[in-house]
Ligand binder design. Structure first.
Ligand code: ATP
Length: 505
C-alpha cells in the first residue's frame, strides 16, 4: 500500500532529525517526543516568531515567565481541581480507553459492524449504537462503559512529605476508620503536600495581574504573554505531537475595559488567523470555527478556534480539521475568582475617568508543538520536477523565518581551494547569527535536494567562476533558480533577505 502523507512526514521527521520518539532505545514512551537538531530549531523559530510579533513588536504587551508548580489554591480558584476533567469511556470490545467528546458521533440505535475483540482478523459482528450516541473510535463498536470523569492534572508533592509513605505509616489508623471518615483522613494525608504541574500557562498571568500592573509600565488595554510548558494527563494521544502529555503553550491574556471586549475579541481572532498566513501557512488549510453556545466553557462569552486541516488518517480518508489555537472572551471570570479566593482586590482604577472595574480578558491560546507540527505538515511538498524521468523532489517550503537552516554553503568540488572559500563564507554567515550548514559530499544536485528536504531556503555554491570573477551561485529552494552575486558580502546579502522576510537577526 502506498505511504500516506502523514506516514511520509513522520518518517522524514525522524530521518532528518526533526522529531524522535522519546526514550526510543527503551521502546519509546507513549505520546512523548523529543525534538532533534532540526526540530529544535524549527520549534524555537515558531516560538520566537510568536514572541516577536506578540511582544517585541507591540507597545501594549509585556512578557512573563512563571513557575510550573503554583500554589494549589490557584487550581481551586480556577476550577481546574474540580472541573478539569475529560469524560472517559472504555470500549468493552477492544478495551481501548478514549475521550467520549472526541469519539465519532452516531444516533442511538444506528446499526454498526465491528470485529470480534477489536481484532482485524476477528469475526464480523453486528451491534447498535448505545444511548451515548457515539462509537468506539478504534473498533467501531457501540458496546461502551459508562462515562466517568478523569482529572487531567498531574499531581506531585512538594516538600519532604511522601504521601504514599504517609498512608503506609497510618495504615492501622485508616483501617479502624469507617466510611466518610476514612475517606477524609486519606484525602488529608494525600493533599497535605499535593501540588500540580500546571495544565495551562494562563493562570500565571492572572495571579500576577497586580504585580505587572504595579510594576508601572501598563494599563488596560494591555496584555501579558507567556511561553512555557504545560502538562495534561491526556487520555487519547495520537498523531505525533498533536496531543501529548507534556507540551508548550504560547498564551496571551489581554485585559480590557468591559464593553470593549467584543471589539478586542474580533481584533484578536483576525490577528491570530493572519499570523499563520503571514508565516506562509496556506489559507485554504486554515479556518476560524466559532464555538456553539453549548460548547462554551461556563465562563466564556465567546470562543473561536483557529483550525488547520492536518493530513491525519481517519476512517473517511486523509485529512481532518484540528484545533491549532483558541481565542476566548473569558470575561472577568478569572480575575474575580482569584479575588474571591485570595482576598486581594484585582480590579483596576482608571485615574483619568475615576472608574473602577475588573477587566475582561481576551485570550489567544496557541500550542507551540501543535503549531510546529502544522507548519511542518503545511511545508511538506512533493514536486514533480520532470515527469518523464520520474523526477520528484521532496521539499519543505518553510517560510524563511521558520526554516531551521537558513543557508547551505557548498564548494562545487573538493579542490582548487573551493572548500576553504566556502568555509570562510559559512563562518561569515555564522558570525552574523545566520544558521548555516556546510556540505561538500556528493554531487551538487544531490546536495541541493538534501537541503530542499529540510527546507533550507537558499544554497550558496563556490565554483570555478568564484575563482575567476569572485562571484558565487545562489540557488533558490522554491523556484530552483540560480543567480550570481558577489562573493564578498554574502552574509550581508542574506541578512537583508532575511530582514525583508520579517526575520530578526
Ligand atoms: P483540545 O480541545 O484539542 O484538547 P483545548 O481546547 O483543551 O485543546 P486549550 O486549553 O485551549 O486547548 O489550549 C490552548 C492550545 O494549547 C491548544 O489550541 C493547543 O494548540 C495546545 N494544546 C492543548 N492541549 C494540548 C496537548 N495535549 N498537546 C499539545 N498541544 C496542546
Amino acid at each position: 500500500m502506498a505511504e500516506s502523507t502523514m506516514q511520509k512526514i513522520v518518517s522524514l521527521a525522524k530521518r532528518r532529525g526533526f522529531i524522535f520518539q522519546s526514550s526510543e532505545i527503551y521502546g519509546g514512551l507513549k505520546a512523548c517526543y523529543d525534538y532533534g537538531p532540526l526540530g529544535v530549531e524549527l520549534k524555537r523559530n515558531v516560538k520566537e516568531a510568536w514572541w516577536n510579533d506578540m511582544v517585541h513588536r507591540r507597545a501594549d504587551i509585556v512578557g512573563l515567565d512563571c513557575s510550573i508548580i503554583m500554589h494549589p489554591d490557584v487550581w481551586k480558584a480556577s476550577g481546574h481541581l474540580a472541573g478539569f476533567a475529560d469524560p472517559l469511556v472504555d470500549c468493552r470490545v477492544c478495551k481501548e480507553r478514549f475521550r467520549a467528546d472526541k469519539a465519532p458521533r452516531a444516533a442511538p440505535g444506528t446499526p454498526v459492524t465491528y470485529r470480534e475483540g477489536g481484532r482485524k482478523d476477528g469475526k464480523k459482528l453486528e451491534g447498535v449504537v448505545g444511548p451515548q450516541g457515539y462509537v468506539c473510535p478504534v473498533c467501531g463498536s457501540g458496546d461502551l462503559s459508562d462515562e466517568r470523569q478523569f482529572n487531567l492534572m498531574f499531581r506531585t508533592s512538594l516538600g519532604p512529605v511522601d504521601p504514599m509513605q504517609e498512608i503506609l505509616n497510618n495504615v492501622e489508623e485508616l483501617a479502624r476508620l469507617q466510611g466518610n471518615e476514612r475517606k477524609e483522613r486519606l484525602a488529608a494525608l494525600i493533599n497535605q503536600s499535593a501540588v500540580y504541574l500546571r495544565p495551562e500557562t494562563a493562570q500565571g498571568m492572572f495571579v500576577n495581574f497586580l504585580n505587572v500592573l504595579n510594576s508601572g509600565r501598563v494599563k488596560p488595554p494591555f496584555g501579558i504573554a507567556q511561553v512555557g510548558k504545560s502538562y495534561r494527563n491526556e487520555i487519547t494521544t495520537s498523531n505525533l505531537t498533536f496531543r501529548t502529555c507534556e507540551f508548550e503553550q504560547m498564551e496571551m491574556e489581554y485585559f480590557v475595559e468591559p464593553g470593549t471586549d467584543e471589539e478586542w475579541y474580533a481584533y484578536w481572532s483576525k490577528f491570530r488567523f493572519d499570523w499563520y498566513t503571514s508565516l506562509g501557512m496556506r489559507p485554504e488549510r486554515l479556518r476560524l470555527r466559532e464555538h456553539e453556545k453549548k460548547e462554551l466553557a461556563h465562563y466564556a462569552k465567546a470562543c473561536v478556534d483557529v483550525e488547520y486541516f492536518y493530513p491525519f488518517e481517519n476512517p473517511e480518508g486523509e485529512g481532518e480539521w484540528g484545533e491549532l489555537e483558541g481565542i476566548a472572551n473569558r470575561t472577568d471570570y478569572d480575575l474575580k475568582k482569584h479575588s474571591e479566593y485570595s482576598g486581594k482586590d484585582l480590579s483596576y482604577f482608571e485615574t483619568e475617568s475615576k472608574k473602577r472595574y475588573t477587566p475582561y480578558v481576551i485570550e489567544p491560546a496557541a500550542g507551540a508543538d501543535r503549531a510546529t507540527l502544522a507548519f511542518l505538515c503545511d511545508a511538506f511538498d512533493e514536486e514533480v520536477v520532470d515527469r518523464e524521468k520520474n523526477d520528484v523532489r521532496t521539499v519543505l517550503r518553510f517560510h524563511p523565518r521558520l526554516a531551521p537552516v537558513k543557508v547551505a554553503v557548498f564548494p562545487l568540488v573538493k579542490k582548487e581551494g573551493m572548500p576553504d572559500r566556502a568555509r570562510a563564507i559559512m563562518d561569515d554567515l555564522l558570525a552574523e547569527g545566520i544558521n548555516s550548514f556546510y556540505d561538500e559530499s556528493g554531487a551538487i544536485g544531490r546536495r541541493y535536494r538534501r537541503m530542499d528536504e529540510v527546507g533550507t531556503p537558499w544554497c550558496v555554491t563556490v565554483d570555478t567562476e568564484t575563482l575567476e570573477k569572485g562571484t558565487v551561485t545562489v540557488r533558490e529552494r522554491d523556484s530552483m533558480e540560480q543567480t550570481r552575486i558577489p562573493g564578498e558580502g554574502v552574509a550581508e546579502y542574506f541578512r537583508n533577505r532575511l530582514k525583508s522576510s520579517g526575520n530578526r537577526i
